[in-house]
Design a protein around this ligand. Structure first.
Ligand SMILES: [Zn+2]
Length: 314
């Protein structure tokens, strides 16, 4: 048992229940929700609450929202949505991939300080505290700016003891660059979750990551480039290899996003790929696992025991 920060205050890990470990209420950019809400469409808060209520009715108890400031995080939206839907929400501090001009010359210690404030005192002056820390690297590997954030996140973790989620680019095995930096900072890798790990089917790479001690976010469903079934087959291979207790399935789903005039994927296509929203894993992935012969007990542990163990310290 441990007490962690949810957007509605302290939460006992025994009450996490069925937890999706990597989702978003908003994906946009800093300030968009407040200043340009029309870009996100209409009835913003109601749309978020409706999605969360559907999730709650389908058995989702907790959502970890990995929206950082640069992705458009709005902490008051999260709190209201949690209050009205009954879904626990855990917010993060840290940074995604947007590189602002001010990064030039900013130190890891300076970034650690603002992240620590968001964990210990609260976000945006609300007193609502972050429950985990995020750092991101993508196709270009750990850039100089990403390294500042990664070290800042590591130092904030060492001070606050809240765990770390890493956005990573698994087809390029970018975790091989991220983990040594955390090691160098003295982070116990049991406190780290390597996200978007199911964008590859390379079991050798994934078991290497697991052997370093970290958790894996299998958190792109239905995802793209790799089929949903191939993602589940990869999860099954990791279960068979004995790593069940550190696999965290989730969707990397989003309720509010900028309503682009010419989106890459139309709303109809999106809905066709995932008509279930935050329930896709329960409705599609878990039945696939059962069909592949994974026991009911194992299936049920993935989104209940593993999130709890991650927050309690691996
Ligand atoms: Zn995400």
């Amino acid at each position: 048992m441990a007490i962690i920060n949810s957007v509605l205050g302290p939460l006992d890990t025994a009450d996490l229940g069925f937890t999706l470990m990597h989702e978003h209420l908003i994906v946009a950019a800093a300030g968009v929700y407040r200043d340009y809400p029309e870009l996100l469409g209409s009835n913003l808060i109601d749309r978020v609450v409706d999605e969360l209520k559907k999730a709650k009715e389908g058995g989702i108890d907790t959502i970890v929202d990995l929206t950082t400031l640069d992705l458009g995080r709005d902490i008051e939206l999260m709190a209201e949505a949690s209050r009205r839907s009954g879904v626990n929400i855990i917010a993060c501090s840290g940074w995604w991939l947007d590189v602002p001009r001010f990064f030039e010359g900013v130190s890891a210690d300076q970034m650690a300080e603002v992240f620590i404030r968001e964990v210990e005192e609260g976000i945006s002056g609300t007193g609502i505290k972050a429950g985990l820390l995020k750092s991101a690297s993508d196709m270009t590997g750990v850039t100089p700016e990403a390294e500042i954030i990664l070290r800042g996140v590591a130092r904030a973790h060492l001070k606050t003891n809240v765990p770390i989620a890493l956005h990573s680019y698994s087809p390029g095995q970018v975790g091989r660059m991220q983990l040594p930096i955390l090691n160098e900072e003295g982070v116990d890798l049991k406190r780290v979750k390597m996200d978007h790990s199911n964008d590859t089917t390379d079991v050798e790479y994934l078991t290497w990551l697991l052997d370093q001690g970290c958790f894996l976010g299998l958190d792109r469903y239905p995802g793209w480039n790799v089929s949903p079934l191939a993602r589940t087959q990869t999860m099954k291979a990791l279960i068979d290899a004995g790593y069940t207790d550190r696999l965290c399935p989730s969707h990397d789903g989003t309720v509010l996003r900028v309503m682009a005039a010419n989106p890459l994927i139309s709303e109809e296509e999106r809905l066709k790929a995932n008509p279930y929203g935050f329930l896709y894993i329960k409705k599609v992935v878990f039945p696939q696992l059962r069909e592949m012969g994974v026991s009911e007990e194992t299936v049920n542990s993935l989104c209940v025991d593993n999130p709890r163990n991650f927050f309690e310290g691996g």
